[in-house]
Design a protein around this ligand. Structure first.
Ligand code: PLP
Length: 387
């Protein structure tokens, strides 16, 4: 059996994979089993933040691998505390809980918000407001948080206590806060899976001010928007707000599984010994990778991300067959005349790999992708779109 057949036979059929087998990669290029070269405009869904097999990242990860690969959370270890310190320094948040994925980071945020509200306001204040068209993960609780019916329908009953408002409708959010007993408001600053839809500055400011007045916690899901993706370290930093909880994962460790839930002043000490945990959470190898990633997310890199973003947007808007471009930094959504998945398939045949989100082509390259490779990928896309 070849890889495609074996996958079909032995792997649960949850993924609609594209017909390509990745055998090795370097930077923003990778190769399939036949040796064909592809430009990667998806970075494993915003994970390989410095591309494939980045030398500095490999050095940090392997140095730790040669010391020890894992210890339980019963003992102390330096990579994870250094990483927590770095995250707090860079964000102004106060404490961190580490897990292994975005869903887990959000699960921890939800537990913390409920516990905070129980102690501060009473057990009945368990509701969490999220936005329609959001995506927060695949566990039963983070599915409930996800404001998209299509993800819910096969798995009811979901965790109760989630209320949904339309993005950019501050009136709806405020009414939900007024009419219900609410612990927290949770949102992505740019809805990623929902089609790369940034929230408006007025909306974010307005609901954040209102929530803070009512002691409703603000949770920013920065799983996809985080770690330099939007041209700032975290997406919320574009909005001048101070969230009570920030979650991240995807790009954090540059390609290893790691989730982080960061707590501000109000939430730093909500979780006490025994209330939460994760066997792999804060794994030293993943933490060493993450520390090396964060050390490189500086003003210079963020300026480069913003410049590349402008460059890509301008090029896209000049293409025939492009209806609109949305997004921030190197997280862009392209509405096209031809269906997105069809365009992405044809680009792949021609050596450029893009993602989709809803009915859009989604662009999430490594932050250090070269202009040369951007040009190459965009010229493939142009050919496909202009037919
Ligand atoms: C991908 C994603 C998640 C889920 O992350 P996993 O690591 O797949 O659990 C949660 N929230 C957002 C915004 C995401 O993009």
């Amino acid at each position: 059996m070849n890889v495609f057949e074996k996958d079909k036979t032995f792997i649960s059929g949850t993924y609609a994979r594209f017909p390509v087998e990745i055998v090795k990669g370097k930077g923003s290029l990778f190769y399939d089993a036949e040796g064909k070269e592809y430009v990667d405009m998806g970075s494993g869904i915003a994970v390989n933040i410095f591309g494939f097999c980045d030398e500095e990242w490999i050095a940090a990860v392997t140095e730790q691998l040669h010391k020890f690969q894992h210890t339980s959370n019963l003992y102390y270890q330096k990579p994870c505390v250094d990483l927590a310190e770095k995250l707090c320094e860079m964000t102004g948040m106060k404490k961190v809980f580490f897990s292994n994925s975005g869903a887990e980071a959000n699960e921890c945020a939800i537990k913390t918000a409920r516990k905070y509200a129980e102690v501060k306001k009473g057990r009945e204040y368990y509701n969490i407001i999220t936005l329609n068209n959001s995506f927060h993960g695949r566990t039963i609780t983070t599915l409930a948080a996800t404001g998209q019916e299509v993800f819910h329908k096969d798995f009811t009953p979901l965790t109760e206590g989630f209320l949904y408002a339309d993005p950019n409708d501050a009136g709806q959010v405020k009414k939900l806060i007024d009419d219900n007993k609410v612990a927290a408001l949770m949102f992505e600053t740019v809805q990623g899976e929902g089609g790369v839809m940034p929230l408006s500055a007025e909306f974010v400011k307005s609901v954040t001010d209102y929530a803070q007045k009512k002691d409703v916690l603000i949770i920013c899901d920065e799983v996809q928007t985080g770690n330099g993706r939007t041209g700032k370290l975290y997406g919320y930093m574009h909005y001048g707000i101070k969230p009570d909880i920030v979650t991240t994962a995807k790009g954090l460790a540059g390609g290893l599984p790691l989730g982080a839930t960061m707590f501000g002043d109000k939430t730093a000490d909500v979780l006490k010994a025994g209330m939460h945990g994760s066997t792999f959470g804060g794994n030293p190898v993943a933490s060493a990778g993450a520390l090396s990633v964060l050390k490189r997310i500086d003003d210079k890199l963020m300026r480069e991300v913003t410049e590349k973003s402008e460059y890509v947007k301008a090029a896209l808007l000049k293409m025939k067959g492009v209806k609109s471009v949305s997004g921030t930094g190197l997280m862009l959504g392209v509405e096209t005349v031809v269906p997105a998945r069809e365009a992405v398939m044809r680009c792949m045949e021609n050596g450029a790999v893009f993602l989709t989100a809803k009915n859009k082509i989604r662009i999430l390259p490594a932050l250090n992708i070269s202009y040369e490779l951007i040009d190459r990928a965009l010229s493939v896309l142009k050919k496909v779109l202009e037919g």
